[in-house]
Design a protein around this ligand. Structure first.
Ligand SMILES: Nc1nc2c(ncn2[C@@H]2O[C@H](COP(=O)(O)OP(=O)(O)OP(=O)(O)O)[C@@H](O)[C@H]2O)c(=O)[nH]1
Ligand SMILES: [Mg+2]
Length: 351
């Protein structure tokens, strides 16, 4: 798939063989694409010279994490590497939502790196911490692959207001821009406003939407997947209503949506994504655990890493429930959704 953040190629006209009713979705390759079609190896490492757009976006991520970053980096402004430095660092990491387990792991790893490097300069320790954090976060790096199934069915869940619908909208835009046929399923049937919100995204991107006033979320999802198959869509995105893991009947309803989607297509859902608000702190980890236990998550989207988010929660997730982070969001605008890169994130956090 072409990198949506790279300058548009002059004319990348696709000419599928004429008589095929449902041509498979194939897009030209590019590194660091937001979505990876199946033909491209998933280890889509960003090109060494990141496009200008990505740099701009990284600046926004840095801005969002600045508060956390400065409270961690002041730890390294002293003249000695001593117990006081490690204690201060421990405190700063805990304050950044890193959690006890990941903090303990990072400190032990860092001490080992300091010893191996024989450095005596606190400033150098910052670089070693960035390495330790990158290694911890690396298992979370993974590309979302589409094209393996037609349609690729992606179910999206999360607590109220986490950013599910917005993230689906951003994703739809990117997919539609790349020529993928997308169908949206408004499985948030409780509120008229929720259907309308998704409808706006559908109109804006001129993609189709399956919605039903006051209908059963599982029935809407079933209809959407069935329609997606019949109409040869590349992707079906199922937007669900927000809910807390403690609302057991609502969690059961999510399981029902999942089961019913499988009835419409035995291989679906191909992805079950949890959207988490980056400001949720350590509670985000509890959300990941609960939704994963209920739905067997395949990926995460972490939103709102602009503003007051502390960022350390990704380290906690990596340590305790390493589910891939397909995307991170740093704002409400369309371009504020990007792929997750461990090294970039560690550097953004520690500058
Ligand atoms: N600053 C910022 N705001 C975001 C981001 N993603 C989403 N939002 C905002 O968060 C609010 C909630 O977003 P929605 O997409 O409606 O959240 P939702 O999870 O669908 O909410 P429910 O369906 O009500 O559970 C909106 O005002 C979005 O604009 C982000 O990355 N950064
Ligand atoms: Mg919503």
């Amino acid at each position: 798939m072409r990198n949506p953040f790279a300058p548009k190629a002059p004319e990348a006209v696709e000419t599928p063989p004429a008589p095929v009713a449902t041509p498979p979705y194939v897009a030209p390759p590019a590194p660091a694409a937001l979505i990876t079609p199946v033909a491209i190896p998933t280890a889509a490492v960003p090109a060494p010279s990141a496009p200008a757009e990505r740099k701009g976006w990284l600046d926004r991520l840095k801005n969002g994490l600045r508060k956390t970053g400065s409270s961690i980096t002041t730890v390294f402004t002293g003249t000695q590497i001593d117990d006081a430095l490690y204690e201060e660092l421990e405190e700063a990491l805990l304050m950044a939502d890193t959690g006890v387990k990941a903090t303990t792991h990072l400190l032990a790893d860092l001490k080992r790196r300091v010893k191996d490097s024989k450095t005596t300069d606190p400033a150098a320790v910052k670089g070693l911490l960035a390495d330790a954090l990158t290694d911890l976060l690396r298992p979370l790096e993974k590309s979302l692959v589409i094209g393996e199934h037609t349609p690729t069915v992606i179910m999206v869940a999360g607590v109220n207001g986490a950013g599910k619908t917005t993230s689906i909208g951003k994703l739809t835009k990117h997919l539609a821009d790349e020529g993928a046929a997308v169908l949206l399923a408004a499985a948030d049937t409780f509120r008229a406003a929720a259907r309308e919100q998704l409808g706006v995204w559908a109109d804006r991107n001129t993609v189709e939407i399956v919605s039903q006033e006051g209908g059963d979320p599982a029935a809407v999802s079933f209809d959407a997947v069935t329609a997606g198959k019949a109409r040869g869509k590349d992707v079906v995105l199922v937007d669900t209503a927000g809910r807390l893991p403690t609302q057991l009947h609502l969690m059961e309803e999510l399981r029902k949506i999942r089961r019913v989607v499988t009835k419409a297509d035995a291989t679906a859902p191909h992805e079950v994504l949890l959207v988490i608000d980056g400001n949720t702190g350590q509670n985000a980890l509890a959300q990941v655990r609960s939704f994963d236990d209920a739905l067997q998550l395949t990926g995460l989207i972490v939103t709102k890493l602009d503003g007051t988010a502390k960022g350390g929660v990704l380290a906690a997730i990596a340590q305790e429930r390493p589910i891939p982070v397909y995307f991170i969001g740093v704002g409400e605008k369309l371009e504020d959704l990007e792929t997750f890169n461990a090294r970039e994130f560690a550097q953004a956090l520690l500058t």
